[in-house]
Design a protein around this ligand. Structure first.
Ligand code: GUN
Ligand code: FE
Length: 463
């Protein structure tokens, strides 16, 4: 078992065993025994369980369990468009690619196909928690919630609010602020019905972003937020033209962050995607309000939005998670987002003259994987629930397998009938665990993700 011990450090639980109860909670952990068998027997003894009463999942040689990934910002409705963005940037990308696709998902047959594929695909990449934007369509959004529940992915499902004439196209816009609020409440009521207590699926208030929302919608969502302390998700300061647009539409507050703050939307439950072009004052305000940031490096590179500064956010005390931002981002994988986060931090570092600051700016393998697991959990208020292997947490996990290279240099499985898809990761046998993890981060993909569990339930198995 490998998980983050802190932002800077991974913990390796060798010869370990974890007991998971019927509710999917971790009930006991032992580590550093003489062998896995000893650890397993000790856990069984602690629980008073007989080996033949329980399902035992044992990882193979070179395999390890890792916490499930947490995608803190992803548009399920945009999944068919991954990779399709040309040379566009945010505002023309929305008009050209995104709004037409999203509006077409009011066709429920199409929505079923897209949402099923999205949930299954992200699970196959090890994403056990996803924070989704759906569309403005209530039946299709409710369908996404149904699918997350039945397929078994932990999810926050947001019905998108966008009512501002002048920005939102006529063919894809809420008719009025009242319409936005009514539709938002309908999706909340639906989730209340299918998953009372929000054990797997939760609603999340979703003002798309300041340019698409009237003051009345933002104020209405603020009031609704206060009712049950609902989580909130939106976009902030992704693109320079967008920042200028917000200044002209909402000139009063003085900054993009202040627009949300003036409408009561900067709460500790708020996840702000992107945050590329924030000023010092905005960073301080977000920190003061304890709002969270979803860093979406694939998207920021694809749409040429800019480079968000994770170290700068951390230095301000802001909690940060990772988002794929499909389809602004081209990949459904949080492993890819983690990899891109390290590369983006190096591009930022290359712009810094001072050596100490330059080196500090670079994100490490450990930090990138923290962002994709525990960091995301904290952003979603799930810090005590998921993200690591501690007693009391729920078991959201993935089993990772890397490929052992044979004596003759053959890749894992190539010479064998027992074909093992090792993906792009070749392990020679002399690497340390730290090095194996680095190879996984930079070369791994869904072929290495052998099995995935959410709340102790097996939800994906790679054939
Ligand atoms: N800003 C407003 N809507 C969107 C969206 O769908 N994707 C991204 N990346 N930014 C947005
Ligand atoms: Fe987005």
């Amino acid at each position: 078992f490998i998980h983050s011990k802190s932002r800077a450090e991974l913990e390796y639980l060798h010869n370990a065993a974890v007991a998971v109860d019927r509710q999917g909670r971790i009930a006991a952990v032992v580590k550093d025994r003489g062998s896995v068998g000893v650890a397993r027997d000790e856990v069984l003894g602690q629980m008073g369980w007989r080996a033949d009463e329980v399902d035992v999942v044992q990882c193979g040689e070179g395999q390890f369990f890792f916490p499930g990934f947490i995608d803190t910002h992803v548009h399920a409705s945009q999944y068919p468009n991954v990779g399709i963005f040309g040379k566009s940037t945010l505002l023309d990308w929305l008009d050209k690619y995104t709004f037409p696709l999203e509006s077409s998902l009011s066709d429920l047959a199409k929505a079923t196909k897209v949402y099923t594929a999205c949930v299954r695909r992200t699970l196959a990449h090890g994403t056990t928690t996803a924070t989704y934007f759906a569309t403005i369509d209530v039946p299709a959004t409710n369908l996404l919630a149904d699918l997350c529940l039945s397929i078994g992915q932990r999810a926050f499902v947001g019905r998108v609010c966008m009512d501002r004439k002048g920005f939102c196209p006529d063919y894809y816009r809420d008719e009025s602020p009242e319409d936005s609020m009514r539709a938002t409440r309908e999706t909340i009521a639906h989730i209340d019905e299918i998953d009372p207590g929000y054990r797997l699926v939760s609603p999340i208030l979703t003002p798309r972003f300041a340019p698409s929302c009237s003051k009345d919608v933002m104020n209405g969502l603020m009031k609704l937020q206060r009712e049950k302390n609902f989580p909130v998700q939106t976009h902030i300061s992704e693109n320079k033209d967008e920042v200028e647009l917000v200044k002209t539409i909402h000139p009063g507050p003085g900054s993009y962050a202040a627009v949300y703050d003036d409408h009561g939307l900067l709460t500790p439950e708020t996840v702000l995607a992107h945050a590329v072009h924030l000023t010092e004052e905005e960073g301080n305000l977000i920190s003061q309000r304890e709002s969270k940031i979803s860093h979406c490096p694939c998207s920021n590179s694809s749409l040429a939005s800019g480079e968000a500064r994770v170290r700068w956010m951390w230095d301000k005390g802001i909690d940060v998670g990772l988002g794929t931002d499909m389809s602004g981002g081209y990949s459904p994988s949080i492993l890819e987002a983690a990899r891109q986060a390290t590369l983006m931090s190096r591009h930022l570092a290359m712009q810094i003259d001072d050596e100490e600051c330059r080196e500090k700016c670079k994100l490490t393998v450990e930090e990138a994987l923290y962002l994709g697991t525990r960091g995301g959990a904290v952003c979603l208020g799930l810090g005590d629930e998921v993200g690591g292997f501690e007693v009391g947490k729920q078991l959201d996990a993935q089993l990772i397998g890397l490929g052992e290279v044979g004596e003759d240099g053959s890749r894992a499985g190539e010479n064998s009938n027992d074909w093992v898809d090792a993906g792009n990761v070749d392990v020679f046998g002399w690497e340390t665990w730290e090095e194996k993890i680095a190879k996984w981060l930079y070369n791994g993909d869904d072929r290495n993700t052998k099995k995935v569990w959410v709340k102790g339930r097996l939800v994906h198995s790679r054939r």
